[in-house]
Design a protein around this ligand. Structure first.
Ligand SMILES: NC(=O)c1ccc[n+]([C@@H]2O[C@H](COP(=O)([O-])OP(=O)(O)OC[C@H]3O[C@@H](n4cnc5c(N)ncnc54)[C@H](O)[C@@H]3O)[C@@H](O)[C@H]2O)c1
Length: 332
């Protein structure tokens, strides 16, 4: 691996991976990103010009993808429509990017015989009951709930089929919920942090009992790099850092860290079909590939993330009003 093509590298997790790879390896990186509302070139500032290139384009643009695959030896595919609420309001872009986009990349991977890593989510497994002690493993059957998670599940199955039918050299990772700097303010943690920073009350869906298994984006990036270096072709690896918290606990922590009263928030109408609980068993990644997360203290990672949003209002302020207007129109 030396010439990496990273799709969706101007988004939250993709940009974290680009920074991580350029800081920790000698590889060169090209980002292919459409710059939808979720992409932000400001997240890619400060990278070494001799090892980094940005190309604006669509992963479903077959001629462009073909041209770029010819110049690279490894592809990491982050590009996606990624927000559940948007998928309920307008599913079509999710089919175009997550399914047709992934199909387009797989066809190019097949033609160019290129190493391909597909980034996916634990949401493909559906949800667990709140009182169920089990966790998702690589053997858990797929049972997606939303248009977002069903298109991600479909894209995973396309990757598996292209490995089996055409010998594409691919791996897949399904990661739990990420937090950290550079996440769009439409997402749960940055939305609540920026509400509090603006002196407003955080908004909690329903009773806030839904549990997510939080992982810092840096740990997701180190896991993906580990899979690229040591993963077995055709395998799926679950990525998680044992960070289970319910949404109410997260909001209360944000308020407390920012010096406000822990109960200073509003309840808003719950998301339809809102998954109850996600939990990842990442034993395979840890035992077979020797990966370990660095951010084991969620509260400390959250405090760092809050500090980043406090210090970088110029990055998130332009997105904030439009995002809140969209939520307000949905009664959230
Ligand atoms: N955020 C999480 O907690 C999480 C957890 C597990 C897996 N994932 C997966 O990680 C990946 C990245 O998630 P994220 O949170 O960084 O998303 P994001 O929405 O922040 O970023 C997505 C990026 O993809 C780009 N993009 C969208 N459509 C495109 C297209 N057709 N062609 C090229 N670029 C396009 C956007 O411009 C944006 O830069 C997704 O595949 C997502 O399913 C996310």
């Amino acid at each position: 691996m030396s010439r990496l093509l990273v799709t969706g590298g101007a988004g939250f997790i993709g940009s974290n991976f680009v920074h991580y790879v350029l800081a920790n390896t000698d590889n060169t990186v090209t980002v292919l990103d459409k710059l939808t509302y979720a992409g932000n070139l400001a997240s890619l500032e400060g990278l070494p010009a001799d090892r980094f290139r940005f190309v604006r384009g669509d992963v479903a643009d077959a001629p462009l993808v073909d041209e770029l695959f010819a110049e690279h030896d490894t592809v990491v595919h982050y590009a996606a429509e990624s927000h559940n609420d948007n998928s309920l309001a307008n599913p079509r872009p999710f089919l175009d990017t997550n399914l047709i986009g992934t199909y387009t990349l797989l066809e190019a991977a097949r033609t160019h015989d290129i190493r391909f890593h597909h980034i996916s989510t634990d949401e493909v497994y559906g949800d667990l009951e709140l009182d169920d002690p089990s966790k998702f493993t690589e053997q858990t059957p797929y049972n997606p709930s939303s248009p977002y998670s069903s298109t991600k599940a479909g894209s995973d199955l396309l990757v598996r089929a292209w490995v089996r039918s055409f010998g594409v050299k691919a791996t897949i990772s399904n990661c739990s919920n990420n937090y950290g700097p550079y996440q769009h303010v439409e997402k749960f943690i940055p939305r609540q942090i920026t509400n509090v920073l603006r002196g407003e009350r955080p908004k909690l869906y329903g009773r806030g009992e839904n549990v997510r298994d939080w992982i810092h984006a840096n740990d997701h990036s180190s896991a993906v790099l580990t899979i690229l270096e040591k993963g077995r072709i055709g395998e799926t690896y679950l990525i998680g850092a044992d960070g289970e918290k319910n949404n109410k606990e997260v909001v209360e922590l944000i308020l407390t860290i920012l010096g406000r009263s822990a109960d200073d928030y509003d309840h808003v109408v719950d998301r339809p079909g809102h998954d109850l609980r996600y939990a990842i068993d990442s034993t395979r990644l840890r035992t077979e590939l020797g990966w370990q997360p660095e951010f084991s203290d969620f509260e400390a990672g959250l405090a760092d993330t809050i500090a980043w949003y406090r210090d970088n209002e110029g990055w998130w302020a332009p997105q904030k009003d439009a995002t809140e207007a969209k939520y307000a129109a949905q009664g959230q």
